[in-house]
Design a protein around this ligand. Structure first.
Ligand code: BEZ
Length: 390
């Protein structure tokens, strides 16, 4: 395009706005979404599923949200908290994104939240459950389309107590997500009369489980509650089955243990009980359409991560529609996102005052290659948002 032609186009656009032919959104540039997700390491498949889900919703809207064509930039965060602030700053300062979408790992997400706060950049967290993000770090410009780590843990604790399990050992990676998942489990379990007799852990993303499994065998609890996800969850479930502990001890967990992992886990996952805000056999029409389209587009079955990516795009879409694509109208955008009722494949949800989904938690049982919905474990569960001053 010649400079002269470009100038003529710009002048025409200005005239059109002035005469009311173009809306402000039509006159604006593309809207830049910065994905900061893991594309390598133990959470790589989770990052890809989130991006796929987000893109699916944007594609369903003809590539636009609030009248703005969506453009993507992306960075691989490697699930490495030590690189997180630099990576987030690249998106904000070098790429000038309008919104950051990320990430999976709680430690990385907390660093992103600080960068988002410092720069007043809109952030939508499509997985990481760090309680602090909708707790002490909560802010008008920070939203989550997923869960807090407390939520699925608490739901499983309540289920375990209801099932008359008396003693449990917990076993997780030692970082915010593992610690907070255990806290939630303990709260639900011990309120119902259970007792956590030992908390075991190993550094993230380690998969040397043998010594810990030997310790579990010696402790002989009724159940072991675990938080693992992605590649680590695949390895853990296989090691658990190989150790033969399942004959005398019940393995239970937050649903990440068996979500997006069942192909790789095979028979080792059979019968496992977990709690999560999604299951593979929900019967609502939104989920049916979502799953069909996802399988057609990506030649893969969707999982909870894809749902959270899809819903992150729905939340952004609701905000942008209300301000006709004008992201500078931050108050209008935030108000509309806060008020949105998201028609999610998981079932409809709204956001708490701290911007975290208030949602149903399902008890699921692995049956064949699916996480089958057995019952609603807790209906409309809201995170306590401890420390949030919004
Ligand atoms: C987290 O770090 O918050 C997380 C990672 C994977 C699955 C669920 C939570």
């Amino acid at each position: 395009m010649t400079p002269c032609f470009t100038r003529t186009l710009a002048a025409t656009a200005l005239l059109s706005i002035a005469s009311g032919v173009l809306s402000p959104a039509q006159a604006q540039d593309k809207l830049k979404v910065g994905f900061m997700l893991p594309y390598t390491g133990t959470f790589a498949a989770l990052g890809v599923a989130i991006e796929n889900g987000f893109r699916q919703y944007v594609d369903e809207q003809g590539g636009k949200l609030g009248g703005r064509t969506i453009e993507f930039v992306k960075v691989d965060d490697e699930s490495d908290p030590s690189k997180a602030a630099d990576n987030a700053n690249k998106l904000v300062k070098r790429d000038n994104v309008d919104v950051m979408v990320g990430t999976v790992h709680s430690g990385v997400a907390m660093a992103m939240a600080k960068v988002a706060k410092d720069n007043n950049t809109l952030l939508i967290v499509p997985n990481a459950g760090a309680d602090a993000i909708t707790g002490p770090l909560c802010a008008p410009n920070i939203f989550r389309s997923s869960f807090s780590n407390w939520q699925p843990g608490y739901a499983m604790g309540k289920v375990a107590a209801d099932k008359k399990i008396k003693t449990a050992v917990t076993l997780t990676w030692k970082y915010a997500a593992g610690d907070e998942s255990v806290k939630g489990f303990k709260e639900g379990f011990e309120a119902g009369g259970g007792k956590v007799v030992k908390e075991l852990n190993l550094p993230f993303p380690g998969v040397e489980f043998q010594a810990l499994l030997t310790e579990v065998a010696a402790l002989k609890p009724d159940a072991v509650y675990v938080f693992f996800a992605g590649g680590g969850a695949v390895k853990f479930v296989k090691d658990w089955a190989a150790a033969g502990l399942g004959n005398s001890i019940k393995l239970i967990g937050a649903g990440f243990l068996t979500d997006g992992t069942l192909e790789a886990q095979g028979d080792a996952a059979k019968g496992l009980l977990t709690t999560l805000h999604y299951a593979d056999d929900l019967t609502n029409p939104k989920d049916k359409a979502f799953r069909l389209q996802y399988a057609k587009t990506y030649k893969l079955q969707p999982d909870v991560y894809a749902v959270q990516g899809y819903d992150a795009a729905q939340m952004l879409g609701a905000g942008l529609a209300a301000v006709k694509g004008d992201v500078k109208n931050r108050d209008g955008l935030v108000k509309a996102m806060e008020a949105a009722r998201i028609d999610s494949p998981r079932g409809p949800f709204t956001l708490s005052k701290a911007h975290n989904p208030v949602q149903d938690f399902y008890l699921r049982e692995v049956t064949g290659k699916v996480n089958r919905n057995v019952a609603i474990a807790v209906k409309g569960l809201a995170d306590p948002a401890r420390g949030c001053k919004l």
